[in-house]
Design a protein around this ligand. Structure first.
Ligand code: G6P
Ligand code: ZN
Length: 544
């Protein structure tokens, strides 16, 4: 294999965010931009010679082209084997599983997750380590430093690889294996859930469902698992063909973006169960007939019912949630005597706890839930968890949720996003909030009295690494909270997220509309952060 060393000059903006490097496609198309980043990944790793790398993406625009480039750089850097999903496709949780199953050195996921795709939209690249999870901050920091000084990259002079045919080929010492993207993952799901019960419940017509793949990666996975293996009627999976631009949509599973599904679930034709996943298949939205389950509630309900799922029948070791996720799961943990951890936003923070066996289930308000079966959040896993739960309890989604609230109380929850805010304005808002932190405790706003106000820092219980500046928390004496954070995943300006939460123990008040129940907290949030005043926006761009 002929290997060339090519001169390049560094870019200064290759700092990975919450979940890898995400930029416009046009940014990635700049001369050597992708090459620099990929070589910087490899430069930050030790011992790759002869090892295995997993490679795949969510099929968005630029996916195939990027894969061909990465193959050549990986070959030149000494990997012995590349495992690639057919068509260049692999969901994020599937990559995580395949890394673990085949004991690969690591994997590269090409995706900008829930951000739109297409020639003028977003692309992304993320490196996962040998436990199958996103690389820790220490690694991404080293990678960023490398990218700022890089002077050359290595490239193998080989032909483009045929990505569309399953099979293995050898090029000199390098083995390239094009695999079925779904098979390993489907096999894992069959080990976790009661597929016989699901087949029965679906086959008998007791359980009917609609899964919206949003023209993204979960299409082929959901078709195979839900329709072909479990027997859901053809058409139960909608928008099932992955498209380079996701059909012009925004592949983010929430009620604003999964419109077709949402309309159906709130119509008289609603099936028992509805769900959607995002661009790369790690997020999930859970719905039932006439009900939307918040991700925070979904996590709590999973924790409370884990014993009904075969893989968790023996019990779970603990749970974790990201800081802005509601405290609903904490209540379950308390009742069950389980350890419960509060981590910064970003799935990577769950990795050590999962590896160390301290937690089995974890989740985030940002439509992510998962368990120790992989080291990423997992959209279809969450869907199968709920289906298994419904089949076991033989209750509707609404009944399951309402019973949960009756037992534990309801954490009424909502997130308001102000998108594409000028970066200086957004930083000004955070500074303004920081400036108030010292004097907030004991201050009263209407019915609410501040109990504590701080900026969240996290010390990892396993490796003791510390992460600062992870969002501003204002807690009230009745357990309500407001959290302010700047998103780490946007690509245009800054996104301010305001997370609002209020605990309601009284079952007679559980039917309230969240916006209404939270209206006083929404006012207090504006008073504290002045986002409307400072950004000129009249309200949030998205509410989830
Ligand atoms: C990605 C990460 C999640 C994170 C989410 C929101 O999906 O994998 O772990 O919660 O982004 O991040 P953001 O920084 O935009 O709030
Ligand atoms: Zn995603």
């Amino acid at each position: 294999m002929q290997i060339e060393t090519i001169d390049t000059s560094p870019y200064d903006d290759q700092k990975p965010g919450t979940s890898g490097l995400r930029k416009k496609v046009t940014t990635f198309q700049q001369r050597n931009y992708l090459e620099n980043f990929v070589q910087s990944i490899f430069n930050s790793l030790n011992g790759i010679e002869g090892t295995t790398l997993v490679l795949g993406g969510d099929g968005r625009y630029f996916n195939r082209q990027a894969i061909q480039t990465i193959i050549k750089i990986a070959a030149a850097n000494g990997f012995g084997e590349l495992i690639i999903g057919q068509g260049g496709l692999l969901s994020t949780p599937a990559v995580s599983h395949i890394i673990r199953k085949y004991q690969a050195f690591g994997g590269i996921v090409l995706s900008a997750s829930h951000n739109p795709g297409g020639p003028t939209e977003d692309f992304g690249i993320k490196y996962n380590v040998s436990n199958g999870g996103p690389a820790p901050e220490k690694f991404t920091d080293a990678l960023f430093e490398n990218s700022k000084t890089i002077g050359e990259y290595r490239l193998a002079r080989i032909d483009d690889i045929d990505l569309d045919h399953i099979g293995r080929q050898q090029i000199d010492g390098l083995s390239i294996d094009i695999i079925d993207p779904v098979a390993d993952y489907a096999e894992l799901m069959a080990q976790i859930f009661d597929f016989d019960l699901l087949k029965q419940s679906i086959g008998s017509g007791y359980l009917n469902l609609c899964f919206d793949a949003m023209h993204a990666i979960t299409g082929p996975y959901a078709k195979r698992i839900l329709e072909e293996i479990l027997g859901a009627p053809a058409g139960s999976v909608i928008n099932a063909t992955p498209l380079e631009d996701f059909g012009g949509g925004h592949p983010d599973p929430n009620m604003a973006h999964a419109k077709e599904l949402t309309q159906l679930m709130f119509s008289p034709q609603a099936p028992t169960f509805g769900a959607a996943s995002d661009g790369d298949g790690d997020r999930n939205m859970i719905m039932g007939a006439n009900i939307f389950v918040t991700p925070s509630d979904s996590l709590a309900i999973m924790a409370a019912n884990a014993g009904l799922i075969p893989a968790y029948r023996k019990g779970i070791s603990g749970v974790a949630r990201s800081m802005p996720t509601s405290q609903a799961v904490d209540r379950v943990a308390k009742a069950e005597g389980l350890p419960c951890f509060e981590t910064p936003t970003g799935w990577k923070y769950f990795g050590n706890l999962l590896d160390d066996g301290q937690i089995t289930l974890c989740g985030e308000e940002s439509f992510g839930t998962g368990s120790d079966h992989v080291r990423e959040k997992d959209g279809l896993w969450a869907v199968l968890f709920w289906l298994n739960l419904i089949a076991r309890r033989r209750q509707s989604v609404a009944d399951i949720v309402h019973e949960h609230w009756q037992h534990y109380g309801r954490d009424i929850y909502c997130r308001h996003d102000y998108e594409a805010v000028d970066a200086a304005v957004a930083n000004g808002i955070m500074e303004h909030l920081r400036g108030q932190l010292n004097g907030l405790a004991n201050q009263t706003f209407g019915d609410y009295t501040v109990k504590f106000a701080d900026e969240f820092s996290y010390t990892d219980p396993v490796d003791h690494s510390v992460s600062h500046n992870q969002g501003i928390r204002v807690g009230f004496t009745d357990g309500s909270r407001i959290v302010f954070r700047l998103s780490g995943t946007g690509t245009v300006g800054a996104t301010l997220r305001i997370y609002l939460e209020k605990y309601e123990p009284d079952a007679d008040k559980h039917a309230q509309d969240a916006q209404q129940a939270l209206s006083a907290l929404i006012e207090i949030a504006e008073q504290l952060c002045e986002v409307k005043k400072r950004s000129g926006k009249s309200g949030p761009d998205v509410m989830t």
